[in-house]
Design a protein around this ligand. Structure first.
Ligand code: 5GP
Ligand code: ZN
Length: 111
């Protein structure tokens, strides 16, 4: 828990969100500014600012397994998982999160 972190506040329920899944390890909720018909954010409950802050493999495994499980529960077959690392790559919230995008054609390579 990081006191000034938006996503930690969402985990705690101090800021409302539309949660679609929650386990012992992860929370998944709708992005407030969806970029596709389905746009979910999946976060680990343990605060880590970004991927390059190297959470241990156990945390990474729990988190990415959570991404897979949420996609399955939402019955998504074709989807994209995005992790923005650093401001220059588009990261704006510094609590490690995966975007799951689905429901429209997704260009490759991304812009
Ligand atoms: P980033 O830019 O760090 O990769 O992604 C942060 C995401 O968090 C953005 O897609 C943004 O729309 C989303 N976001 C920012 N504030 C809130 C909020 O208060 N609630 C929810 N549900 N999503 C948020
Ligand atoms: Zn946090």
């Amino acid at each position: 828990m990081s006191a000034d972190c938006l996503f930690c506040k969402i985990i705690a329920g101090d800021i409302p969100s539309q949660k679609v899944a929650e386990t012992e390890h992860i929370v998944a909720f709708n992005d407030i500014t969806p970029q596709a018909p389905t746009h979910l954010l999946v976060i680990h409950k343990q605060h880590t600012p970004s991927l390059s802050d190297s959470p241990d493999s156990l945390i990474l495994g729990q988190w990415m397994s959570g991404v897979r499980d949420v996609a399955q529960q939402q019955q998504l077959s074709d989807y994209r998982v995005i992790v923005n690392n650093g401001t220059g790559a588009g990261q704006s919230v510094f609590h490690l999160h995966a975007h799951i995008l689905a429901g429209r054609p997704l260009d490759w390579p991304p812009g």
